[in-house]
Write a protein that binds this ligand. Sequence first.
Ligand code: KIV
Length: 275
Amino acid sequence: MRITINQIREMKLKGEKITMLTAYDYVTAKIVDEAGIPLILVGDSLGMVVLGYESTIPVTMEEMLHHTKAVMRGTKNALVVGDMPFMTYHISVEDALSNAGRFIQEGGCQAVKLEGGVDVAEKVRRIVQCGIPVMGHIGLTPQSINQLSGHRIQGKSPEAAARLLQDARALEEAGAFAVVLETMPTALSALITQKLNIPTIGIGAGNGCNGQVQVINDILGSFTDFVPKHTKQYAKLTDVIRKAVGDYYAEVKDGSFPTEKQSFKMDESILTDLG
Ligand code: KIV
């Protein structure tokens, strides 16, 4: 039985911190699930850390569904959230409903996430009314990177802070089961966390949130084109992979790989007839 949105809500009530990580493929999702992480996000960060796009904007529904299915095959326990890509919920409520439905029906995940506050609240309400749990996402919303003029800290002025609180409340009121708070001052995210009944999941929002989410490639040190200030590298996989690939290259070149251990034997007498 997978983790439910009620269990995630209860974690806030009990004061238990919530851990969330992204995953995009079967192998990684399996490791994350087995580690007991209750929330897995198939983030549209896929576009940057796996597919090599410059931002999340080019990511399509088909790419997201392909990776969501792989994550679902690798997990048994976590609640998996599919991230709705740019322009799949912006044009109309109908679009938002049908694309959220595709995540659940075709992708097989349990919930969707979308970016925005007051402006998307009606869409959140309608998706939730269809029986699909929604996670909100406010603050630095990467799909609006052009409008925000880059990866800037959000909510620093009194007006901007008030707007973010209003956004968070609109999402809660619309039925979101949790909300991601990205790149904002710790004091603001702590205030929003205190004002909401639903859990807040921070990324670059300090330690006052109910939980934390990170992009797995960032914490593993396997994506190093850009290392955000809010991340911590718990490993340096790029170095490990570079060494392994280099050793393989050298051993194939000098003939020391493969050895007998990696090879197969047969009765060679049967080869004599073959000339
Ligand atoms: O796409 C993503 O990985 C995200 C997280 C950074 C919250 O939206």
